[in-house]
Design a protein around this ligand. Structure first.
Ligand code: 5GP
Length: 252
């Protein structure tokens, strides 16, 4: 097979860029150092964040794959880049919560840290201009974004991801509080887990932290809440995730 060549920019998001390649159905994703929060009202450049999220995401996608949960991930290219299957992203954010935190505690009379059993699954409409609104059953039907079969598939897969990730992270003394997933359709219509799984998209709490509660935060809340040490926290997550398995595979 000819070497993979990276071509034109297809799409630039807040944290990643997607490029065409010379291989049918394969695109190259570059992880950026840009950090955004509150619908991109807060922005910063965090040197090294892209590389950290790239490797954490690659390792977690591979760990999921080993445990039977497939995604768009194909393998790594040069540092900061990965090859993924080309999909059309469904404008839905699937949020899974194991413990109450973040927007749930702002919108509901639920105290932070309350365990949610079974884990709470919510769907949000992915649209920055609308502020990613929480969807109701009726609004989801109204928008016709997914068929009932796809909806079931999406939710089942998200709960599987949660169970696998929760176990993996617990082994490295990290609590998976909540996270957001995105899915996409391949040209034939098959749904695939897409986007990234990283401290940008998950709430991760350090079980080893004995200091004040903020000391346990290993995710983007450090940026959202101006706690400092964002890159250091992501680096700690990577260091522990590296202990879970081999170096991510190279895509050829
Ligand atoms: P919350 O609804 O509490 O703001 O977020 C719940 C979880 O989903 C958190 O782990 C958060 O990082 C993730 N999440 C929700 N929406 C987004 C989003 O638009 N971008 C990113 N990166 N993460 C999100």
């Amino acid at each position: 097979m000819t070497n993979l060549e990276i071509g034109a920019l297809l799409h630039e998001g807040k944290a990643k860029k997607v490029f065409r390649t010379n291989r049918e159905g394969v695109v190259a994703v570059q992880f950026k150092d840009d950090a955004t929060a509150f619908n991109a009202q807060k922005k910063a450049q965090l040197g090294g964040k892209g590389l950290l999220n790239w490797e954490i995401s690659a390792r977690l996608f591979e760990a999921l794959e080993t445990r039977g949960v497939c995604s768009h991930y194909l393998g790594c290219l040069e540092p900061g880049w990965m090859a993924v299957q080309e999909v059309k992203i469904v404008p839905l954010e699937v949020v899974l919560r194991n413990l109450a935190a973040g927007s749930l505690c702002k919108q509901m009379p639920i105290a932070p840290d309350t365990p949610l059993e079974p884990p709470l699954l919510d769907l949000y409409y992915k649209d920055d201009q609308l502020g990613d609104p929480l969807l109701t059953e009726a609004r989801l039907e109204l928008l016709r974004l997914v068929s009932p079969g796809e909806r079931l598939q999406l939710e089942t897969l998200s709960r599987q991801v949660n169970a696998v990730l929760q176990g993996l992270l617990a082994a490295i003394e990290i609590t998976l509080v909540d996270f957001k997933l995105e899915f996409g359709r391949k040209p034939g219509g098959t749904m695939l887990l897409a986007d990234e799984i990283s401290p940008d998209t998950c709430r991760l709490w350090d079980q080893r932290a004995i200091a004040e509660k903020e000391g346990r935060i290993l995710d983007k809340d450090r940026f959202r809440r101006d706690l400092g040490g964002v890159v250091e926290a992501y680096g700690e997550v990577l260091k522990r995730v590296q202990g879970l398995g081999p170096t991510p595979r190279h895509y050829r």
